[in-house]
Each structure stands twice: as structure tokens, then as C-alpha cells.
Design a protein around this ligand. Structure first.
Ligand code: DAH
Length: 328
């Protein structure tokens, strides 16, 4: 009988060491430890043994059954851990790709604009978006109640402050804080209380430019802006200077670029305003207009990017739609 018990244990051990899966384990359990399994049969044989053999065989049979049960439990719990655990890493799965962001197309355009002017010796100067009505209009030669103020629909904060409608007040701040010669560009956000459409948005970006020194001429202004247009849009860009009016420049002009989308009719699109700084503005900030002259310009960054990349709706810049952003 002892021999038979030992043989059963040996068979059990060889069965569980032979590459098992969950189904196979269950089969082994039923075969050895189940209600009608081999150990149950051994216990039945044990019952009919002569009395004097019983204690020894009974002890051995109990020990061996417990040993097998324990081994089985150990194996099945290892198996469950591997298959159910959250930490289980399947090294054969393909990796997950990390998506990298890119700079927003407006940031890229702004950087390109800055680089062209930095190459010409312009520094970068910035001013606040919440601006006094005084700097935004008065100092730039827009008298109170003058119709020229209607050129720009304004978000008023109170009687004294506005959301700046253009970056031109930064010129005022620069001229008040530094002595000529001055040569700087002034990028930033501006706000207009306009109906939102494909062409206009309540917020956009401008880059202001200012050069003040003795003997600055309109020819230099033209040379600088033509250089910019060629750097930005390529040497064969078609442009024109068109006479215009701004209260803070005299004479004033606007620059248009010829826009010719494939298969469509071409047209002139305005990208910037410019002119010679009005002597009144120089006097307002305490610069002697007999000694110094200057030129200024202000360009719309969205407009410039729309032209370069063929974007036909200004709202796309602010929607944060990945399908748009990913194209640049
Ligand atoms: N501030 C003007 C605007 O927002 C643009 C502009 C025109 C700026 C002429 C200038 C300039 O500096 O000289 O419409």
C-alpha cells in the first residue's frame, strides 16, 4: 500500500511538471485530488486494511495527499498571478507612439518676421495689452472725438483704459523710455471689437516697427519693407506701395502683395501700414522733430501668414483644431 501511495505521488509530480496550462491543471486536479480521484480511491483502500497497518499507512497517505494539494495550490496561484495581474507586460506588443507637438503657425510666422528684422539691426521691444486710451490714441495724434478713432473699433475697459487696438502705442513707450537713434520691432496681441468672420477676429497679432534717427528717409522705409517682402515671400513677390492715411504718420502708405491662388483670380491684399513718423508724435514724446525724423510700420501677422500659406479663414488660427495645426 505504501508503495502504491508513493507511485501515485510520483505520477502526480511528473504530470504537473510537463508544461501545463489552465485546462491541463484542472484535468490533473480531477485525476488526483477530485472527489472520484486517485487519492479518494486510496482512502477507500485504506479503510479496509488490517487494523495494525492503519496508523502508519493513514499517516503517510494524509501527508502525501496534503503535499500534492499544496503543490497544486501553489502552481495554480502562480498561474493566476501571471495571467490576471495588471502589471503584466507583454513584451511582444508594438510600442505606443508619443506624439510630439509643434510650434503654432503664428509663432513660427512671428519668429520668421523677427529674424528678418533682427538681421537688419532691429531689436525687439514689448508693451502691455491693457493700454491707456491716451497712449493708444492721443499720443499718436488721434485727437479726442476725432473721426479717425472710428478706424479701430475699441474694447473700452473704462474711461481711461482700453485693450490696445494696435501695437503703435508701444512706439510711444519706446520713444519715452529711450533716446534716439532707435530701431526696434514691437510684436504683440491687439484687440478689436469687430464682428467675427473669415476676415476679422476680435484678437490678432501685429508687429510694429520704428526707426528714429537724424536723416531717416522714406526711401529707407521702402528699401526695408521691400527687403522684408522678398525675404518672406521670395524674390519674385509682386508688391505695391499705395498712398494712405494714418494720424501718426505723414506721408502714409499701405503695402499690398499680389495674391494668386491656383486656378482663381488674383488680387491685391494689404499686409501693412507705414509712413514717416508725424512730427506731432515726436514732439508728444519730447523728441526734437527739427533734428530727428523717423519711419514706422505696422503689419498684421495673421494676414501675412494667410497669404504665405494660402489660409482663407482667420478663425482657424484660434480654433486649435489639430487637423489645421498639424499641417504646419
Ligand atoms: N496701427 C495701424 C493699424 O493698426 C498700422 C500702422 C500703420 C502702424 C502705419 C504704423 C504705421 O506704425 O506707420 O492699422
Amino acid at each position: 500500500m505504501l508503495e502504491k501511495i508513493n507511485q501515485t505521488v510520483k505520477n502526480f509530480e511528473s504530470d504537473i511538471s510537463n508544461g501545463v496550462n489552465k485546462d491541463k491543471l484542472e484535468e490533473i486536479r480531477v485525476k488526483y485530488l477530485g472527489r472520484k480521484g486517485l487519492f479518494t480511491r486510496l482512502f477507500e483502500e485504506f479503510k479496509v486494511l488490517p487494523k495494525d497497518e492503519k496508523p502508519k499507512v493513514g499517516k503517510h497517505l494524509n501527508e502525501q495527499r496534503t503535499k500534492c494539494q499544496n503543490k497544486f495550490d501553489e502552481l495554480i496561484s502562480e498561474y493566476d498571478q501571471v495571467s490576471d495581474s495588471d502589471d503584466f507586460i507583454d513584451l511582444t506588443l508594438p510600442g505606443r507612439k508619443k506624439e510630439l507637438g509643434t510650434k503654432h503657425i503664428l509663432t513660427q510666422t512671428l519668429e520668421e518676421i523677427k529674424n528678418v528684422f533682427k538681421g537688419l539691426g532691429f531689436s525687439v521691444y514689448e508693451g502691455p495689452e491693457l493700454e491707456s486710451d491716451y497712449n493708444n490714441f492721443e499720443m499718436l495724434n488721434f485727437p479726442a472725438d476725432h473721426p479717425a478713432r472710428d478706424m479701430q473699433d475699441t474694447f473700452f475697459i473704462n474711461n481711461e483704459f482700453v485693450l490696445r487696438t494696435h501695437t503703435s502705442p508701444v512706439q510711444v513707450r519706446l520713444m519715452q523710455n529711450k533716446k534716439p537713434p532707435l530701431r526696434a520691432i514691437m510684436p504683440g496681441k491687439v484687440y478689436r471689437n469687430e464682428a467675427i468672420s473669415a476676415k476679422s477676429y476680435c484678437l490678432f497679432h501685429q508687429v510694429e516697427g520704428l526707426f528714429v534717427d537724424t536723416d531717416v528717409t522714406f526711401a529707407e522705409l521702402k528699401g526695408t519693407l521691400v527687403y522684408f517682402a522678398k525675404q518672406f515671400y521670395g524674390n519674385d513677390v509682386k508688391y505695391r506701395f499705395r498712398p494712405s492715411f494714418f494720424p501718426f504718420t505723414e506721408p502714409s502708405a499701405e503695402v499690398d502683395i499680389w495674391w494668386q491662388p491656383k486656378g482663381k483670380e488674383g488680387k491685391w491684399l494689404e499686409i501693412l501700414g507705414c509712413g514717416m513718423v508725424d512730427p506731432n508724435v515726436l514732439e508728444n514724446v519730447g523728441i526734437d522733430s527739427e533734428k530727428y525724423t523717423g519711419y514706422a510700420f505696422g503689419m498684421g501677422v495673421e494676414r501675412i501668414a494667410m497669404l504665405k500659406y494660402g489660409i482663407n479663414d482667420i478663425r482657424l488660427f484660434f480654433d486649435n483644431d489639430k487637423r489645421f495645426l498639424e499641417q504646419f
